[in-house]
Design a protein around this ligand. Structure first.
Ligand SMILES: *[C@@H]1O[C@H](CO)[C@@H](O)[C@H](O)[C@H]1NC(C)=O
Ligand SMILES: *[C@@H]1O[C@H](CO)[C@@H](O)[C@H](O)[C@H]1NC(C)=O
Ligand SMILES: *[C@@H]1O[C@H](CO)[C@@H](O)[C@H](O)[C@H]1NC(C)=O
Ligand SMILES: *[C@@H]1O[C@H](CO)[C@@H](O)[C@H](O)[C@H]1NC(C)=O
Length: 444
């Protein structure tokens, strides 16, 4: 394992820098505590569930005896999480409990009949969800319904004329309708909640995503996959006899979207919108990742890729010396994934990416967008609101990059944190080429 080609750049993960980080955290906290931004951070800390065990939550809770029902939730894991959260926020608006919806285990999206339904609690912990989200939103079971015979069935409007304003007007009419107020069940039919108009800010969605905790069985498998990555990493470092070996950096995760379907889709998308930063070739991704300055080689690069690419060895080739690419098969964890349907495989990959030291993804992917949101939330809890100071020696683990956008430093990908002040989830649902290395603290 030669490192001759690798020009070792000053890395932020050496012991010296860890001290710098700790000092920085302390300084940052001290500075922030006297700024208005810190008030928001503190507020967000409590609303993110940290204080749930220590004190009563004073926020208005939703009614437990009035319910709301949405159609089966479909598409990719993260489209499904967004649809679920939108259903929950709509239920909150109507002051109702959302009946635990069916997710979809499979990914066919052309024929709805082929979608294999999966209960929410086969993947996420139902009790933990309600306990962490207590006082904000609530999920209920169908068995809680006392009378299934008489729901109010609501057809959502659609088409270009069905604007956000009209949609909100419809919801307000339901809230103000005295008869509906007392009715046990309001059911929305047909349209997938992912396609509903969005009325809620990023912070509300973020709060719900924090309540989605994997059930133990799946969490145990996440831990197994990550420990395999750590083993591969330790072995590589051992073999190099690298005196600069730092145990701090375990792995980089790259969400590589280069499968054929995506390439066709993203080319069309670029054509339609006139943007040229949506698609990245394999070569561009490898090149941008190799320019991230604080990667301390040798390091394992976990490739989160579509199954179709697992058969294609070329994804493992062409990486810069010191970047050791692994996917599920090479890592020897395919057995763990294989026993699960698509949805759970994707949920495991999501956690592996979310817990990596460095994550690199595509800012037009919902998967990457929600991984970065989860990492941004973790950084906020540590007191970090800005990654831009990287080159000044201030860096933290949990930094993220968008490989489809060129960063400020030559050849590197753009650093990426979620704009927490955004008034809707539009950018995360559909992608953006406007990513920033800090959390926008306005509107607090
Ligand atoms: C829901 O209704 C209850 C009882 O009417 C009320 O106390 C609570 O504040 C309402 N919650 C929301 C989120 O509006
Ligand atoms: C359920 O609702 C229907 C219609 O409102 C009513 O006729 C019926 O008696 C109710 N059943 C129960 C068990 O409350
Ligand atoms: C590291 O190398 C030493 C000897 O070179 C070996 O005994 C040890 O098992 C290795 N550790 C790992 C994790 O590979
Ligand atoms: C990019 O986003 C920032 C904050 O989210 C906003 O202020 C700015 O106007 C946006 N720029 C473009 C070109 O959309």
């Amino acid at each position: 394992m030669g490192l001759v080609n690798w020009k070792i750049k000053p890395c932020n993960f050496q012991i010296k820098s860890i001290i710098v980080i700790i000092i920085s955290i302390l300084l940052l906290r001290a500075t922030l505590s006297s700024s208005p931004g810190f008030a928001w951070f503190q507020k967000s800390k409590s609303s993110y569930g940290i204080n749930h065990l220590t004190g009563p939550d004073l926020r208005a809770t939703v009614r437990k005896d009035k319910f709301f029902e949405v159609p089966q939730i479909v598409w990719g894991l993260n489209n499904q999480k967004i649809a679920l959260a939108r259903g929950l926020l709509t239920a909150r608006f109507l002051n109702r409990t959302l009946l635990m919806p069916s997710l979809s285990a499979t990914l066919f999206y052309k024929e709805i009949e082929l979608l294999q339904p999966m209960q929410f609690d086969k993947i996420f912990d139902f009790e933990k969800f309600n306990s962490i989200c207590d006082g904000f939103v609530r999920l209920g079971r169908f068995s809680e319904l006392s009378n299934k015979t008489n729901p109010f069935v609501l057809q959502k409007g659609s088409g270009r004329k069905w604007t956000k304003e009209r949609d909100l007007q419809q919801l307000k009419e339901i809230v103000n309708d005295k008869k509906l107020h007392d009715l046990e069940l309001v059911r929305i039919v047909e349209k997938n909640p992912f396609l509903w108009q969005d009325h809620w800010p990023v912070r509300d969605y973020a709060e719900i995503f924090e309540c989605l905790v994997l059930i133990n069985e799946i969490e145990n498998d996440v831990v197994k996959v990550i420990s395999k990555i750590r083993e591969a990493s330790a072995k590589a470092k051992n073999n190099t006899n690298n005196a600069k070996y730092t145990p701090a950096m375990q792995y980089v995760a790259v969400h590589m979207r280069i499968e054929k379907d995506w390439m066709i889709h993203c080319k069309k998308w670029e054509h339609r919108t006139g943007m040229n930063q949506i698609c990245s070739s394999k070569k561009e991704i490898l090149d941008r990742v190799s320019h991230i300055t604080c990667i301390n080689p040798p390091v394992v690069v976990y490739l989160a890729i579509a199954d179709s690419l697992l058969e294609d060895d070329s994804v493992l080739q062409g990486w810069k010396t010191g970047l050791l690419p692994y996917e599920k098969k090479r890592l020897g964890v395919w057995e763990i994934y294989k026993k699960y349907p698509y949805l759970i495989q994707s949920a495991i990959d999501f956690e592996v990416c979310s817990r990596a030291d460095i994550f690199v993804g595509n800012s037009f992917s919902t998967f990457s967008g929600l991984v970065v949101l989860s990492r941004t939330q973790k950084l906020l809890k540590l007191g970090f609101t800005n990654l831009c100071d990287n080159h000044k020696g201030l860096d933290v683990r949990l930094s993220s990059y968008a490989y489809n956008i060129l960063g400020d430093m030559s050849g590197s990908p753009k650093q990426w944190m979620t704009d927490m002040s955004d008034s809707s989830l539009q950018k995360i649902s559909y992608g953006t080429n406007n990513v920033s290395c800090d959390v926008n603290m306005s509107n607090s």
